[in-house]
Design a protein around this ligand. Structure first.
Ligand code: ADP
Length: 264
């Protein structure tokens, strides 16, 4: 779809990652306003992570590995509930800001195979876009044809959507400015500003997991998802710091911001 923007806001941005079930209401409120302003100018699909909500029960019960023992079903339900609770907090704020959000959780329509979505009817999302709504998806627990249940990350949900709806731009907002060389738990070293076919192997080698509570895969997962989107749709992709006020808004509308830009 011409002009479509897909935005992810990370769980590290909208929750206090160190305190279970703790939303960062200042970030949620500010980003909801930025998202409303982006949506006024371009069709937009939003995805968000689960931070200190779903990652904690997911890890405790090994939900990412499927129905592995007697506690797995309870763990899966608990994890889905945690993801949905954060989702409702963000949706409520988007509603208050006038963004007209509608909810499309993968658990309600997607089937995965070992955590990779194998089917998901995106017609409702396409209609919602056409009618001027803000479709919102999130990382979720899905019914899985391989392992019983699985965690579908926000990156995987947005990758599936992007390959079919072909956005002009996909932006992943997280808590660092982009992919660094030599990252080891604190920001230091050089920010990789552009990734293309010449340096993708170096960049993939630098991006690792989250260095925090995270069951889906940190920077490595983001970069792999964006690499897939950028090569298959020939669109622009970015990783940027959504904790800095205005950056997400500026980037989504094509203004220059510090980031890692991915383009093939
Ligand atoms: P979010 O919750 O916003 O989706 P994640 O915590 O999953 O974000 O992923 C971002 C994190 O990835 C960073 O905060 C950092 O800890 C980690 N990371 C791993 N490798 C790198 C790298 N090379 N450059 C920057 N961050 C990296």
């Amino acid at each position: 779809m011409r002009n479509l923007v897909i935005v992810k806001i990370g769980g590290s941005v909208i929750t206090d990652i160190k305190k279970q079930d703790t939303p960062d209401m200042d970030s949620i409120s500010r980003l909801s306003a930025e998202i409303k302003k982006i949506k006024e100018k371009r069709p937009l699909i939003l995805g968000h992570g689960s931070g200190s909500f779903a990652h904690i029960p997911a890890k405790r019960y090994g939900v990412g590995r499927g129905l592995i023992n007697k506690g797995s079903a309870f763990g899966a339900s608990l994890t889905q509930d945690a993801a949905a609770r954060l989702h409702r907090i963000l949706m409520h704020e988007l509603l208050r800001k006038g963004a007209n959000p509608v909810s499309f959780p993968p658990s309600g329509g997607a089937v995965s195979r070992n955590g990779i979505i194998s089917s998901w009817d995106l017609k409702p999302i396409m209609l919602a876009l056409r009618h001027g709504f803000l479709p919102v998806v999130h990382g979720d627990v899905t019914m899985d044809s391989g392992q019983g249940v699985a965690i579908v990350s926000t990156e995987e949900a947005l990758r599936y959507v992007a390959l079919r709806l072909k956005p002009a731009l996909t932006v992943m907002g997280t808590d660092v400015d982009g992919v660094y060389v030599g990252y080891s738990g604190a920001v230091s070293g050089r920010l990789i500003r552009h990734i293309d076919r010449h340096n993708i192997s170096e960049a993939l080698g630098q991006a690792s997991d989250s260095h925090k509570i995270d069951v889906t895969g940190g920077m490595a997962l983001k970069l792999k998802a964006l690499y897939s989107i950028a090569t298959k749709t020939h669109s622009s992709c970015m990783i940027l710091n959504a904790k800095v006020p205005g950056r997400l808004y500026r980037a989504a509308l094509g203004m220059d911001v510090p980031c890692t830009a991915i383009r093939f």
